[in-house]
Each structure stands twice: as C-alpha cells, then as structure tokens.
Write a protein that binds this ligand. Structure first.
Ligand code: NCD
Ligand code: ZN
Length: 332
C-alpha cells in the first residue's frame, strides 16, 4: 500500500545552527516542503540581518531539497512599528518565549504586562504578523500550560485582530481554549499525540522523550488526538523537533527536546491510519497551515510505502524518537 502526501508543512521546527544545522537540515528537507523556523539560537534571531543570514545558512544546508524556511524573530517588547514594517517581508511570524522557560529562552518576556507589550503587539496586529507563543508559566510543571491560559485570554481579548498561535499544546484545557477565541490557533507535535508522562518517567527515565512542555495525562493526549485526527481547522502540525547531541540528553541535567523530524511524516501516517483518519492527514499537515498562515509553499509530493523501516540509533549523534525500533511506513 502506498500513500501520497502533498506539500507537507511543519509549523514549528528547530533547525539549530552551525554543524548541527548542516547535519539535521535534510531530515526535514527530504519530507517537508517548508517549516516555521524557531529563532531560539544563541544569541537569538532578533534583527533583519540575523534573519537573512540564518535563512541563507538554512538554504545552504538544505542543498537541492525543495524547502521554504518560514523565518521568525525572537519577540522583544522593544520592537516598534518601524522596525516590524522593515522586516515584514522577511519573516512569517514572531515567537514569544516567557523568560527562561525552555531551551535558549533567557532573553524572553517576564511579567506579561499587556500595556508594556501593547505597542509591539498592536503593530504586529496592524501588519498582520502572527504571534507564536510558548505558553507556559513557571509554576508546577504539570500545570504550567493550564496556568498560562489566563495570559492567552488577556492577549486574545486585548488584540482581537492578532493571530495568536498556541505552540505545541499538550492539554485538554488548551484544546478548549481554541473554541473560545476566534484569533487563537494551535500547533500540535507528533510526540504529544503519542506519549504521556508515563512514557517519560513512569518506568526508567527516558531522556529522549523529555521536552517542554512535558507530556501530560492520557485524557490530555486524547483531547489532542481528537482535534488532530479530525483536522480541526484551527490546528496544524508543528513537530517541535528539537535536536540535542546525545551527550546533552543522556546527562545529569537533560536538555529538553524530542528529535522527530526524520520520521515524523511516516509515524503520523501510521497514527492516522490506526485511527481510521487518513483522509484528514492532508489537512492536518498542510491545508490548515496554509489557511491559517496564508503561506503558499512550493509543491512537493511525498510517497510513503507500507514497508517497515528500522529507525537508526542516531542521526549524526542525535537520537530520534523510536531509535532502533521499527515503524510501519518508509519514504519511497
Ligand atoms: C525546544 C528546544 O530544544 O529548542 N525544546 C523543547 O523541549 N521543546 C524549545 C521549545 O520549543 O520549548
Ligand atoms: Zn520548540
């Protein structure tokens, strides 16, 4: 059995920089037509020059692959309308991190004072630049996303024309929030559709499944599955594939991030097939994102074949999800 997917998009991707970028870029470039590229480099992507230079390094690393990097800026409350106008055509979104909440987010926002953020967010709204948000407080780890809901509500109410993307949602309460505000959207990762906290820490600790936000309860995963498998028009696939070297994961002080890019599409196909929802996969991995972001990626056809694939132990020293295990689909 074979399956054809058109122009798959990954609306939340970490490609890193330097040697890591060179090694992992094609894991995405081979299967995806484009991706929203996260700006949490060290130092973060904050200027037009940063964006253009990073975009060029990505294009170089992709080589011949047909792939559009949709660039983002790391949110700063100091961005004014003149600056945002000058970068409007170079970026697809701005990514907001609460300070210190995840990998390389130290320069993010603290406090979430709407008035302090107003000039930047109003300018983004006027320029139709979507705001992508890592929605976690620094509360108890299992409650961080739910606690952030009140901030999403404040932002969605104060800036009704601003498109706000709740990145990598992991809870039923975030799914419920989607229905309450017209301007809230969400990305969902592959791993949060597959695992719960039990898979991370229920037995021997699994560092390669450790990420922010942490995987939650079975009922949360069920809520995510429901909207993903039905290709709810306000949700789109965003892998949050976040490679770290094996030594940084298998360490005392494990880095957060799950590396899924090389097998994301194949495993999504397996998951949607298992739930008898293959007819919705195309919307989840492409059409919804095109509608929400208005992007028009280059056309790319990917054929998956129902031939078992043995996932490698690592890709240049980065351990993927399902390392050394077999998955049902191979890329032809
Ligand atoms: C991401 C990373 O490693 O950059 N880590 C993660 O656990 N998801 C950052 C992020 O998206 O939170
Ligand atoms: Zn991320």
């Amino acid at each position: 059995m074979s399956l054809t997917l058109n122009t798959p998009l990954d609306m939340h991707l970490h490609l890193r920089d330097g040697e890591m970028l060179t090694h992992i870029a094609k894991s995405s470039g081979k299967t995806f037509s484009g991706a929203i590229i996260m700006p949490n480099l060290v130092p973060p992507v904050c200027t037009k020059e940063d964006v253009l230079a990073y975009q060029e390094r990505i294009n170089t690393a992709m080589g011949e692959e047909v792939f559009t990097p949709y660039m983002t800026l790391f949110f700063k409350p100091s961005y004014d309308k003149a600056f945002l106008s000058s970068v409007r055509d170079t970026i697809t979104a701005v990514k907001l991190y609460p300070a210190g909440i995840t990998t390389n987010s130290e320069g993010g926002v603290s406090g979430f004072d709407v008035e302090e953020l107003r000039p930047t967010l109003e300018a983004m709204s006027e320029l139709n630049i979507p705001l992508c948000v890592h929605g976690e407080t620094n509360g108890f780890v299992m409650d961080r996303e739910t606690e952030f809901a009140s901030i999403y509500e404040r932002l969605a109410t104060a800036f009704p024309k601003l498109k706000i993307i709740m990145e990598h949602i992991t809870t039923r309460s975030s799914v419920d929030l989607l229905g309450k505000f017209d301007n809230l959207y969400a990305t969902i990762t592959l791993h949060h559709l597959l695992i719960t906290l039990d898979d991370v820490a229920g037995g021997m600790l699994q560092p390669h499944l450790f990420c922010k936000p942490i995987a939650k309860r079975p009922e949360d995963r069920d809520a995510l599955l429901e909207v993903a498998l039905n290709a709810h028009p306000k949700v789109m696939f965003g892998s949050d594939s976040a490679p770290h070297p094996k030594e940084a994961k298998e360490a005392c002080g494990c880095a957060a991030g799950v590396f899924t890019a090389p097998i994301a599409l194949q495993v999504l196909a397996e998951l949607f097939e298992k739930h008898d929802a293959l007819e919705n996969l195309q919307d989840f991995i492409c059409t919804n994102a095109q509608n929400i972001y208005g992007v028009r990626p280059p056309s790319k056809t990917i054929t998956l074949e129902k031939i078992p694939f043995q996932v490698p132990s690592d890709y240049n020293g980065v351990v993927p999800i399902y390392a050394n295990q077999e998955i049902a689909y191979s890329i032809v």
